[in-house]
Design a protein around this ligand. Structure first.
Ligand code: TRP
Ligand code: SF4
Length: 339
């Protein structure tokens, strides 16, 4: 007997913390991958607002707004409510119940060893992360994943240890309570091919560096950000040849420009045949090309907010149905049913 769902399209499940509007790095790092997965898999995508609370619990004034901004960017990027179930974590309270039960069987040592936990405790000094909830972050994530019995979890490299811990928690649950019939499958991480997107200062694009290009940035702002973007530092004068392989603008071309433009950049930069200003304007063209259709789609939902709420509501209802069924199995396996 196995806990996996045979005769189904494989199920994919992933989440994103509710950080507000998304930037191009979120798109290239995760979202574009999710959009493609919709063709092949049954997809569940949710905004992890409870996870955002683990580090930002003191001020909750923007929590709902931040979740909705993420959802709007998902819809803008092409997640399709006809094919994907989209919802907000806190709208499915079953995650919390499973998290509680998992917390009973998760050894502390497993959590203290999680790399993201150790790193963030060491590096984030401006917030107090010495809370129960922050240590339990990966237990909540395990509940998020296992409650849908997902087969695959598309995540970036930093999240792979969380998926591994999820498998261990599921295994431990099965060992205690599922000897005859395992409740949980073992979901696999699907590593997102990491095209690290540089921000305008050449470091990895990240909200905390203030070097982002947002999915909602209007064309003039995109062009202006590109103008100030750093380039190959060896190319000081127009007559100096440069190297697109060490230039953040060169990276943008590799990711977003068509082959002919990339080739023109490659040859022109190395021979000083083109200038950086010209090269950056082509990169801006490529970005605007990608962002324009997204912004048009987003506008449709912004103009009719009810559309987005209906999508959320339908998604939450579907998610709750699946989560409810899993929780029945869980309580049954543990012998804590109500009748
Ligand atoms: N921890 C993930 C992140 O920070 C977000 C997340 C929460 C998640 N629950 C999840 C990702 C479940 C995948 C599956 O990016
Ligand atoms: Fe970078 Fe383009 Fe200038 Fe070359 S020409 S250094 S790729 S901006």
């Amino acid at each position: 007997m196995t806990a996996s769902r045979s005769n189904h399209r494989k199920r994919v499940l992933s989440g994103m913390r509710s950080t507000g509007k998304l930037h191009l790095g979120n798109y290239v790092g995760a979202l574009d991958n999710w959009v493609r997965m919709q063709d092949e898999y049954e997809c569940f995508f949710f905004v992890a607002d409870w996870h955002a609370l683990t580090t930002d619990y003191a001020d909750t004034s923007r929590i709902k707004e931040n979740s909705v901004e993420v959802l709007l960017d998902w819809l803008a990027a092409g997640l399709d409510p006809e094919r994907s179930t989209m919802f907000i974590q806190s709208h499915v309270p079953q995650h919390a119940e499973l998290h509680l039960l998992f917390s009973m069987i998760t050894p502390l040592g497993w959590l203290e060893r999680v790399p993201t936990y150790k790193e963030q405790r060491a590096n984030i000094t401006e917030k107090d992360l010495g809370t129960y909830g922050f240590l339990g972050y990966p237990v909540l994530q395990a509940a998020d994943i296992l409650i849908y019995k997902g087969d695959f979890v598309p995540v970036g490299e930093d999240q792979v240890p969380h998926v591994e811990l999820t498998r261990e928690i599921g295994r431990r649950f099965n060992m205690f309570y599922g000897k005859h019939r395992p409740v949980f499958p073992e979901p696999q991480p699907l590593l997102t091919p990491a095209a690290k997107l540089p921000g305008t200062d050449g470091r990895k694009m990240s909200k905390s560096y203030g070097n982002t290009i947002m999915l909602t940035d209007p064309e003039p702002l995109v062009r202006q950000k590109l103008k100030t973007m750093v380039t190959d530092p060896a190319r000081v004068r127009r007559s100096d040849p440069g190297n697109p392989d060490v230039c953040p603008v060169g990276d943008l071309h590799k990711i977003f420009s068509d082959r002919a433009t990339s080739e023109k950049v490659n040859v022109g930069c190395r021979s000083a045949g083109i200038g950086c200003i010209e090269c950056k304007s082509w990169a801006a063209d490529a970005l605007v090309n990608i962002l324009n259709p997204m912004q048009e789609r987003r506008k449709k939902y912004e103009d009719h907010p009810k559309l987005a709420w209906d999508i959320l509501e339908a998604g939450s209802a579907r998610a709750r149905k699946v989560a409810h069924a899993t929780m029945n199995e869980v309580r049954e396996a543990m012998g804590i049913t109500q009748n």
